[in-house]
Write a new protein. Structure first.
Lengths: 289, 254
């Protein structure tokens, strides 16, 4: 066979534009902008429709107040609402703190003793699957102190995701790393501190974000059940009371604050998660790109 | 290199491991490891080569027989490299290499020189502050090797360390591993299922068979070190590879 010359393709001098890649890039950019713009547009349309419905149908404000009345009420009643919000936030944060200590503590106990885990885990599940609203009345019968009762309710709801996620995380240690620690003669404490706890951190933070929202829900639900008003009652009671008086604008204003608080808690915990994980964990890396 | 001139480091005496009645992972394994040896355990999957390594490292107790150490072996006497780099993802390269010392309650400051030297040996001294995720697969493996070296261990156990890497990276790491061994004179027990890798690297190959796992033949690779790329293309390399392949074929048929 005759030998043939091997031709090496040289890059073409013209700049070749790939239509598909260009389209893909444009789409990505649109999504990036749309992520912020679209929810705002939806928000404005909703507010406008709400306002328009109230105006056109002449709906009285004790049935459905228009959005501007809600904002006006929020400003007018801000003192009452803020002091109620403060109570709700206090209960929520305290419950969350106790849930973190209890959930993480129990998870660590679980991983240290398998017997402890198999003895107590079913009861943690039962506590979790029973609706808080059905336990709360009993709690307020047996617990005299109202704050302690509220705290207990919020804690029951919030602690489970922390417990189950942290337990999962502590048990999800790479088995080669476990072997490595054993070969280097690590004791139980070193293994927990240098291997299991860092491994569990992303799981714990995932649980914490869920627990933050749940603690707020628990605090609000428990207050509905507790029902007693007076000084030192939270936003849930404000809503109940305003409902009795047909003060619908205030109900909306309080609702707005509760929703805002929930979003704020979620945002703070997401930020905390990002701070702790962005240097090394997959979940935080994808956001950067 | 002549085995007899080097002191005996450890000896496996009739070591066997039975997981359940019908699963015999290892039977009657005898193996002498001298200081400075580079021994490959070569065999098909299920031949107990990883089990043998786990028994030597102390992770698994043998069912019968014993591992007779001729020297004292405390924490840090054994270095290990797994198939995956097995690094702590939440901390930097230098802190990963420090880990064996950290578990001996020795501070980073105290051991900074050792850590730096070890990373320099594997060619990563510019990456001390990097996180594992920033490194390629080959570089992660280098960190893993640096960590195994850092305690100046009596023996380094490597369980198919380069099996997950591409061939070009594997060749490079093979060369570098031999260079490291020239510098440090370390003893290495290397598990692999690659004939070529075992011949290129080791001075002795224990060919193992499966069901039950056992050593069926020990081959010496009488080629002087240092071995470089020229050895890979030499005719003697080809001959040894063929002999080893035949032994392995025998092991598979058994």
């Amino acid at each position: 066979m005759a030998s043939t010359d091997i031709k090496v393709d040289s890059p073409s001098p013209n700049k070749v534009v790939d239509k598909n890649e260009l389209l893909k890039k444009r789409k990505e950019r649109n999504i990036k902008i749309g992520k912020w713009v679209m929810p705002i547009i939806v928000f404005m349309i909703t507010i406008y429709l709400w306002y328009w419905t109230v105006q056109v149908n002449n709906i009285p404000h004790y049935i459905l107040p228009d959005p501007f009345l809600v904002v006006t009420t929020l400003i007018q009643d801000i003192q009452i609402l803020l002091s109620a919000l403060q109570v709700t936030i206090q209960i929520t944060l305290m419950a969350l703190a106790v849930a973190v200590v209890g959930g993480v503590g129990l998870a660590i106990l679980f991983t240290q003793s398998k017997f402890f885990e198999i003895s107590f885990f079913p009861y943690a599940v039962i506590l979790q699957v029973t609706p808080i609203i059905s336990i709360a009345p009993l709690i307020f019968i047996y617990v005299d102190n109202r704050t302690v009762g509220l705290l207990l309710c919020a804690w029951i709801v919030a602690f489970f995701p922390i417990l189950s996620n942290t337990t999962l995380g502590l048990n999800s240690v790479d088995h080669n790393l476990k072997d490595l620690f054993k070969i280097y003669g690590a004791n139980r404490w070193q293994k927990l501190l240098h291997l299991q706890i860092p491994s569990a951190l992303p799981y714990f933070l995932g649980g914490l974000r869920i627990a933050g929202g749940l603690a707020l829900i628990g605090a609000v639900v428990a207050e509905y059940v507790a029902g007693t008003g007076g000084i030192g009652s939270g936003l849930a009671y404000t809503i109940l009371e305003a409902g009795y008086r047909l003060n619908i604008p205030r109900m909306f204003a309080a609702l707005l604050l509760i929703a805002g608080t929930g979003v704020f808690i979620f945002a703070i915990l997401s930020f905390l998660s990002h701070l702790l994980l962005h240097k090394w964990h997959e979940s935080a890396l994808q956001k950067e790109n | 290199m002549n085995n007899d001139s080097r002191p005996l480091l450890l000896e496996l005496k009739k070591v066997g491991k039975t997981f359940s009645e019908d699963i015999v992972a290892l039977r009657d394994m005898d193996l002498k490891i001298h200081s400075g040896d580079f021994i490959s355990l070569l065999g098909p999957s299920g031949c107990g080569k990883s089990t043998a390594l786990r028994i030597i490292s102390g992770l698994t107790e043998p069912t019968v027989g014993e591992v007779d150490w001729k020297v004292s072996h405390g924490s840090g006497a054994i270095g290990v490299v797994f198939q995956e780099a097995t690094l702590l993802p939440w901390t930097t390269v230098e802190k990963n290499v420090w880990l064996p010392f950290r578990l001996q309650n020795k501070s980073f400051k105290e051991k900074k020189d050792e850590v730096e030297r070890s990373l320099e040996l594997v060619g990563l001294k510019d990456f001390t502050k990097s996180y594992p995720r920033e490194l390629s697969g080959g570089m992660k493996m280098r960190v893993s090797i640096a960590r195994a070296l850092v305690t100046d261990p009596k023996v380094i156990l490597m369980d198919e360390p380069f099996a997950a890497l591409d061939e070009i990276t594997r060749f490079k790491l093979n060369n570098d591993l031999l260079a490291l061994r020239e510098t440090l004179g370390c003893t290495i027990i290397f598990v692999t299922h690659s004939v070529f890798e075992s011949v290129f690297l080791s001075d002795r190959i224990a060919v193992m068979a499966a069901r039950p796992g056992r050593v069926i033949q020990e081959l010496g690779v009488d080629e002087p070190y240092p071995r470089g790329e020229s050895f890979r293309t030499s005719s003697s390399y080809g001959v040894i590879c063929r002999n080893t392949s035949e032994a392995l074929k025998l092991a598979m048929e058994n």
